[in-house]
Design a protein around this ligand. Sequence first.
Ligand SMILES: [Mn+2]
Length: 351
Amino acid sequence: MVEDVIQVLLACTDVVITTHVRPDGDAIGSQLALGLFLQEQGMRVTMINADPVPSNLAWMEGAEAIEVFAGDLGQLHRLSKADAIIFVDLNAAHRVGRSLERLLRDSPAVKVLIDHHRKPEQWFDCTFVREGAAATGMLVYDLIRAWDDSCLHSAMATALYVAVVTDTGMFRYTTTTPAVHSAVACMMERGNVDPSRVHSEVFETRSPQWPHLLSRVMKTLTLRFGGKLAYIVITRRMLRECAADHQDTEGFVDFALAVDGVQVALVFTETSRGVKVSFRSKRGYPVDAWARALGGGGHRNAAGAYLHSSVDAAIGRLLESAPRHTGITFAPMEDLIAGEDVAYLTALTSS
Ligand SMILES: [Mn+2]
């Protein structure tokens, strides 16, 4: 509950705030807004992550104070002095990254979780979790308003706005409720948010490599199950040959999900150790249980998992398990269905 978190934090003077690897707008926006707020409450705040702030978020006021964990003595000293470690926008220890996971989990500090993902791990000491909330930024907003309503200033409000605008896909996803718009109205009134600047900084700062990678990746777009499932593949070779990096792949899944009739879109991203599978779906086709069955997790309509296998094996495994975990059913006579799917269907119906 928000009151529990406030009570715990009121007793603290040194806090650490961290978020997940490859941080997105909600991760950085929530971390920054909370960090700025707790500093105003007189606390010493360390904001530290395994990965750097992505370039499209680095413009936010205060973001320069967010550190990348390097394991140096100064950082270790501050981590060891913390009364509380606050985890935002994640629900599992491994999401903070290998370099920080053990260190933070084994710390004697109070572990506080502020998050909106489903089924958080149970080792946190104090939690403020609302599964299905539009963004962790919405929870940080509620915490700030419950704690000290007068405090919401411009930099804080902009960080919260970034959190909400990114995690709602610019107010498009089903999580975009009237309460979200009310909160955003308040952020704009109190905090002097500039939506046009936010949009251009966050969404219109693509690298010159981006269109080349996009065209390569979209050539892999494949429809299955009568066009209800779409997938795309991003290999390390594509990234190398386009001189692109993972940040350039942000939003590719939206193109696959935008195809008429597609209910579930998958992205297979090759990494040095296996394949990251990103799941996105339309309403009525939950994918979080599917991701969890593969050792991952996430939200109803946006989730992820990691497979230690080749890309081909990962695609095979996902296509094989799709009917069990989604509302997708076979349409064998449709010409969009591939030979291997027909073979699988035949095996299924004859057994
Ligand atoms: Mn989030």
